[in-house]
Write a protein that binds this ligand. Structure first.
Ligand SMILES: Nc1nc2ncc(COP(=O)(O)O)nc2c(=O)[nH]1
Ligand SMILES: Nc1nc2ncc(COP(=O)(O)O)nc2c(=O)[nH]1
Length: 542
């Protein structure tokens, strides 16, 4: 590390590279997410600053001074030609001048707090600063899960603290091992699209904890908060499992939505309704964009206009791979874009999603397209495997070619990380993303089963790409699974007709939750909600 006190010249540029800094943000008054997005915007608008990474957003109880609102926290990675002292001035300017923060007392409530946590010069040396108004590394970072958790999403697991020389992931684990209540973090996905309807913040929320997995003999971070049920409302005449002819009858459709809500809200505080106007069954005939819009937008509007539906407890999702359908659905009031194509079928999808930071996006794995995916299900899980010019990790341990049992996770994880990187390059925020390994999309029977069994590994997969020097970590990203009534179930239970697969789907819902699925997409929401609440009781002791 370099001491910056003697005003040693800090190299902030070195043949095109700038210095790197990690900032921690916090907010606990007013519209917290708006302060955070504004602070980000102001940083991005600063000429000699480049925002290169933003973590998930976490909610936690206040440390130190307890009588105040819960905080939203996260970390930002920037490259900059500003020296530490100038970067501090920029943070203060954003806090006080631009976002009108007032500091009443130490550790008190604040609209926005931007702290410099770590600073590396342009040659990658950690810089130490010890002056009156600036200390780097941040003196209290090692006691704060709300700093270390988001930081460990942005940094490869071998990065050590400049003074203790211990990996940051180890410092974080030591905090978790103490099991202090104030160290518990909730990962939140902010949903503010229908801000007019719900005054208070709306979030999908997930709490994780370390759990031992008997199958893989590993300790994995698993979700311990309630599962979310995503009930399917297919408004297409041809969807392979419930092609209702009366999809255009709004009365009947609204009645179905209300029943779906009642059935799930009997067990859970929230329900997600996934509206689909274009079947994605293998080789199915694709509806036109106009048909898809005409089948879905009126229903979304009718649901949002209904006073018989508990607006604060329902989340709306549109199942589409078309960006224009997605945008129309967002304008009509959906909270989630559920795109089975991983942004592959419409090149405008990612930048459409990027325009709405308060809308979640399901990033799914697929190979090929609806008509070719069934021929794309060959994953080399027998031979030694390494991702192209990258180092991948599971649970922060570097994988090696002999880890054949984990190859499926490593292959799918790597392919999903490429789509994830493309999404972030287009401006999508990490906090918007929900992952889906795409059951039944370019997978054969064995692969569908193995994906479910390897969910604990996929949730803890990360990869450092030597070409882009971009580190992608799936830690804390919720996993959505769509097993309902699918062919791979029918081939095990010998049920030709999808409608006969509901009981088996219920069993698979419970199993998937045991393996770490956070959101489950189902046709029979009534029965599957019961399987889910049972599984939550058994696996998460909820
Ligand atoms: N959960 C939570 N608690 C907190 N308590 C105090 C401070 C004060 O931080 P400072 O020492 O950087 O001003 N910040 C937070 C925070 O961001 N999140
Ligand atoms: N996120 C997600 N969305 C999906 N949409 C449709 C289908 C195909 O099933 P359907 O035609 O019965 O809806 N499967 C998925 C899935 O597995 N994940």
């Amino acid at each position: 590390t370099i001491q910056n006190n003697e005003n040693v010249e800090i190299k902030t540029t070195n043949n095109g590279n700038w210095a790197k800094a990690y900032l921690a943000f916090g907010s606990n008054i007013g519209n917290r997410m708006d302060y955070i997005t504004q602070a980000l915007k102001l940083l991005k608008a600063t000429p000699d600053v480049k925002v290169t990474g933003v973590s998930s957003v976490f909610e936690s109880e206040p440390m130190y001074f307890k009588e105040q609102n819960p905080f939203l926290n996260g970390c930002i990675e920037i490259s900059t030609s500003q020296k530490p002292a100038d970067l501090l001035k920029l943070c203060k300017k954003i806090e006080y001048l631009e976002l009108k923060r007032t500091k009443d007392f130490e550790n008190g409530p604040r609209s926005i707090d931007l702290d410099i946590i770590l600073y590396y010069d342009a040659e990658g040396n950690a810089v130490q600063v010890n002056t009156q108004d600036l200390i780097i590394p941040h003196p209290r970072m090692l006691e704060r899960t709300f700093v270390l958790e988001p930081l460990c999403e942005l940094l490869p697991p071998d990065i050590t603290h400049p003074l203790t020389i211990e990996p940051l992931v180890d410092h974080l684990q030591q905090l978790y091992d103490q099991q202090k209540p104030e160290d518990i973090l909730w990962k939140v996905i902010p949903l503010g699209n229908n801000r007019t309807l719900s005054k208070k913040d709306k979030f999908l929320k997930f709490k994780t904890a370390m759990k031992h997995d008997d199958l893989t003999k590993t300790d994995n971070r698993m979700t311990v908060s309630p599962t979310y049920i995503m009930g399917i409302m297919n408004t297409t005449p041809d969807s392979f499992s419930d092609g209702s002819q009366n999809y255009s009858d709004m009365e009947i459709q609204l009645k179905k939505v209300m029943t779906l809500c009642d059935d799930v809200l009997k067990h859970y505080d929230n329900v997600i309704i996934d509206i689909g106007g274009c079947s994605t069954r293998p080789n199915s005939k694709q509806a036109t964009e106009e048909q898809e819009i005409e089948r879905t937008i009126p229903l979304i509007k009718a649901i949002r206009a209904s006073h018989d539906i508990p607006q604060d407890q329902i989340l709306l999702s549109i199942d589409t791979y078309r960006s224009r359908v997605a945008e129309r659905a967002i304008e009509a009031g959906v909270d989630i874009i559920n795109d089975i194509s991983g942004g592959n079928f419409d090149e405008d999808m990612f930048n459409t999603v990027a325009k709405y930071p308060h809308v979640a996006y399901v990033l799914s794995h697929i190979r090929g397209d609806i008509s070719t995916m069934t021929k794309n299900s060959s994953y080399n899980t027998e031979d030694e495997y390494d991702p192209p010019n990258s180092i991948d990790y599971i649970n922060n341990n570097a994988c090696n070619p002999s880890h054949k049992a984990m190859n499926l996770t490593r292959i799918i994880g790597y392919e999903m990380s490429e789509r994830y990187s493309k999404a972030l390059e287009a401006g999508v925020h990490r906090w918007q993303i929900i992952l889906d390994p795409g059951l039944g999309f370019a997978k054969n029977l064995k692969e569908n089963i193995d994906i479910i069994k390897q969910l604990p590994l996929l949730k803890n997969y990360s990869v450092y790409n030597n070409d882009t020097s971009f580190y992608v970590n799936f830690r804390n990203l919720p996993l959505l699974l769509g097993p309902s009534r699918k062919k791979f179930i029918g081939s095990i239970t010998q049920d030709e007709n999808p409608i006969d697969r509901d009981f088996a789907t219920g069993s698979l819902v419970a199993l998937s939750i045991g393996y770490g699925s956070d959101i489950i997409r189902v046709h029979n929401a009534k029965e599957c909600a019961k399987s889910a609440i049972l599984a939550d009781t058994v696996y998460k002791s909820i």
